[in-house]
Design a protein around this ligand. Sequence first.
Ligand code: CO
Ligand code: ZN
Length: 334
Amino acid sequence: MKKLLKQLTETFGPSGYEESIRKIVMAEVKPFADEIRVDALGNLIARKRPAKATKEAKKVMIAAHMDEIGLMVSHVDEKGFVRFSPIGGVFRRYVVGGRVQFLNGVQGVIGYDRLDNMNELPTLDKVYIDVGATSKNDCPVKVGDVAAFDRPFTEMGSRLVAKSMDNRVGVLVAIESLRALKSTPHDVYFVFTTQEEVGVRGAGTSAYGVDPDIGIAVDVTPSADTPNALKMDMALGRGPCVKIQDPGAISDPRVVKWMITAAEKNKIPYQREVLLLGGTDARAIQITRAGVPSGCISVPVRYVHSPSEMVEFSDVQNSVKLLTALLRTPIDLG
Ligand code: CO
Ligand code: ZN
């Protein structure tokens, strides 16, 4: 599992440019899915049919976004310095000194040249990417080229650190759950969505196409166990988080109950999640068509949207256990 997570996190895939990551996910899910398709926005949809095709079989959509935040070239100046527009939530506190890699393999350093105030945190329009060019003419990238953070996966004790843990760890949880799910009473659609980081776009179109009875996002959530974190309950090492609310969605209480029952019956540790900032694909699924009862399982992560996002390995393992147990459990939507 760690080997696959390393491969997933080290693969390039900013929003709208998910081709490489989709290829890897495709190869992983192919042996276990009954049907696979890719929709017009690039969402990868892998279906696992119910053991018995009865009226009680509910269509369950699992959404794990494949895309990551990134940077797009907006301007190259005469000396070859590259300005960029963020793709998704690129925070200025995490960029300076970082490295990026472009789709064509070119690497760059994110630089900032004003040293008159050493404590200043520059806004994104003040920083640039230095790709080693000396002029506009020899600059190996052009306007519209896309880059992602460049940082290798590493292990620190039981903690795993990488870029794009958001949401390759969710992608891993979905893949491993499909692999572990020998049989299910539900008609399950594992959807590896695109363009989540720019406003849950892929989840919206795929949910419209799948037309599920129930929606579950699998994503990360910021853990609040660092020295000055917001007052929230999520922490590394206490298991997957069952989302109850974030600013984008209020989870359906019946879906929350289904998740908690599955966790308790199977003795899987879990956390109750109320997130003060952010949102997931659950929002897009919930408000598609005439509405879909939805919820979210999240893996707690430190330093979200930095090039070094950290998870606890046991939380990853328990997230797989919870999603697998859930998909084996019938749901009463009453
Ligand atoms: Co994110
Ligand atoms: Zn995410």
